[in-house]
Design a protein around this ligand. Structure first.
Ligand SMILES: Cc1cc2nc3c(=O)[nH]c(=O)nc-3n(C[C@H](O)[C@H](O)[C@H](O)COP(=O)(O)OP(=O)(O)OC[C@H]3O[C@@H](n4cnc5c(N)ncnc54)[C@H](O)[C@@H]3O)c2cc1C
Length: 378
């Protein structure tokens, strides 16, 4: 008999959310290679919740996550998981058409936005350069996420429902033996699991290869971020997240500082990603053309891997060709904001249930998420 019904590989936000939703309904293990949960992409995000961000399946998962954020289970967190932020997309005169496209997409989804004049943009973020801002679009309901509270809440929920969570527990080997997997971890230990859930982030295809499963063609893309001081005498706390209309860069207030990202997407092998000085320097130049933010020093810079498959939709569901192998991968740049719904979807499908009714009502189907849609895969 297997030791576990579900062994989840990787304790980032994806694995932790699925573990929390499955624990209590099945015997669950959550094994993480690193000594710290959230060491990789989950601990490196910009912590933004925006219903406008991503393709239609992402938007459905984001909207379906909102109820959990607003009303998490009792005892999940001791303060709200979301804080009002708002997103301001700003455009030069030659980019105003892009604002129309974003606004049309928002209104088709019933997302509240407001078109702004350049004066109104500058009222929201006074450091914007007037000659670089011809207009804007304000997504009023965008939020800051307390990522650590969300992640720790999922881990606590899993643990309190009997889940076995381990660090320094890299999944080294996976061998299907009848109706279960024999899973090798460091120290020569072998555990048995009926189903493995592959939530290994940028390493999801590496894990598949270890299990003899066809990869999904996952592409880890590096994204950089860095922190600056607020300009002297300026209180930036109430600024929205400010995003250039073509997503050439964005900046947002972050714990008394300003977080900036060049929105880079540099292909990378799965690794402990590191920022390049050149990416930071080029972004500083773009930022300073658009906004009056003196850059005396970079307080901290980091990079993380946002992992996508070809259609940029996550892969959630059993592998169509490999018994007991379940994918929870390809969260791209949206894995935090979508985690509550993605975890619920993963738990339902792993238990052989339909997609949750609220997710179906938003037009999402299991087929859109399945690895089967990827045909010959990567
Ligand atoms: C700069 C930046 C900004 C971002 N901004 C946002 C944002 O504003 N909003 C948003 O929603 N998302 C954002 N994202 C994306 C978000 O961070 C990711 O989608 C999300 O964190 C992915 O979570 P994950 O659990 O899949 O991956 P990870 O957090 O990387 O977790 C995967 C885990 O699997 C473990 N693992 C790998 N192989 C094995 C193995 N063999 N055995 C055991 N463990 C293994 C790894 O050690 C890792 O801890 C951003 C990302 C970056 C880099």
């Amino acid at each position: 008999m297997a030791d576990f019904d579900f062994l989840i590989i990787g304790s980032g936000i994806a694995g932790a959310s699925a573990a929390a939703m499955l624990a209590g309904r099945a015997k669950v293990a959550l094994f993480e290679r690193e000594s710290a949960h959230g060491y990789h992409t989950t601990g490196r995000s910009a912590a933004l919740w925006s219903a406008l961000y991503g393709n239609d399946p992402i938007r459905a998962l984001t909207v379906a996550s909102r109820a959990f954020y607003d009303q998490p289970p009792q005892g999940f967190a001791d303060h709200p998981l979301l804080m009002p932020r708002g997103c301001l997309y700003f455009a030069r005169a030659d980019q105003l058409g892009r604002l129309d496209e974003i606004a049309a997409g928002a209104s088709a989804l019933g997302i509240a936005t407001r078109r702004l004049t350049s004066d109104e943009c500058i009222a929201l973020c006074p450091v914007l350069n007037r000659d670089r801002v011809a207009g804007g679009l304000h997504e009023l309901d965008a939020m800051d996420i307390d990522v650590n509270a969300l992640h720790q809440g999922f881990l606590r929920q899993c643990r309190s429902l009997g889940g076995d969570i381990r660090n320094d527990a890299e999944i080294l080997t996976l061998e299907r033996d009848g109706d279960h997997w024999r899973v090798g971890i460091p120290g020569g230990e072998v555990v048995l699991a009926a189903v493995v859930i592959n939530a290994a982030g940028a390493w999801a295809d590496v894990v598949a290869e270890r299990a003899g499963v066809t990869p999904i063609g996952l592409m880890p893309l590096k994204r950089t971020a860095f922190l600056l001081d607020q300009p002297d005498g300026v209180d930036a706390r109430d600024w929205p997240a400010v995003i250039e209309a073509d997503e050439a860069f964005y900046f947002k207030p972050e714990s008394g500082r300003i977080l900036v990202s060049p929105c880079d997407e540099t292909p990378s092998p799965p690794c402990d990603a590191w920022p390049e000085d050149l990416d930071v320097a080029e972004c500083v130049e773009r930022l300073q053309q658009a906004a009056d933010i003196p850059v005396r020093r970079i307080l901290r810079a980091w990079a993380g891997l946002r992992s996508f498959v070809a259609d940029r939709t996550p892969v959630i569901g059993f592998d169509p060709a490999s018994s007991g192998f379940f994918w929870l991968a390809g969260q791209g740049g949206y894995g935090v904001q979508t985690a509550p719904a993605a975890g619920r979807v993963a738990a339902a499908l792993a238990l052989g249930e339909d997609l949750p009714a609220d997710v179906r009502a938003l037009g999402l189907t299991a087929e859109q998420l399945s690895a089967a849609r990827l045909g010959g895969r990567g």
